[in-house]
Design a protein around this ligand. Sequence first.
Ligand code: UDP
Length: 143
Amino acid sequence: MAVERTLSIIKPDAVAKNIIGEIYSRFERAGLKIVAARMMHLSREQAEAFYAVHKARPFFKDLVDFMISGPVMVQVLEGENAVAKHRDIMGATDPKQAEAGTIRADFADSIDENAVHGSDAVETAQQEVNFFFGPDEICPRTR
Ligand code: UDP
């Protein structure tokens, strides 16, 4: 299986709940390695650019308002099959649909405030990693 990288964001609701460590533990237990990380408070321009693909959706403004409502923790995860593995750990977008034991089932309050973001494909993962991190900010750990 291919070693991949994917972008994870712990969203403002989960940072406010003080569960960064709990979420990191789940990544590590699944064999995903954190190879870059930064806490930041996104500007409106950054959040709009990151979610540009959703610009025409009715929830876009609320999504941006939510993403800039407090600090987020942004990280690059590396490991075998990292993109799909991370999506599995996160659970479905709507926590009501998310499988038991996933991050969103356990910690998300609603489809809008759903605790975490994760890239949905290898190609988007590469774009999203590059959105936040330069090559010299990533520390490969898989030999
Ligand atoms: N979202 C929302 N309302 C919706 C659908 C999505 O607020 O009806 C938000 C939610 O925070 C979600 C994000 O928009 O995580 C991106 O949506 P996407 O369908 O890409 O879901 P994800 O990949 O995050 O599971």
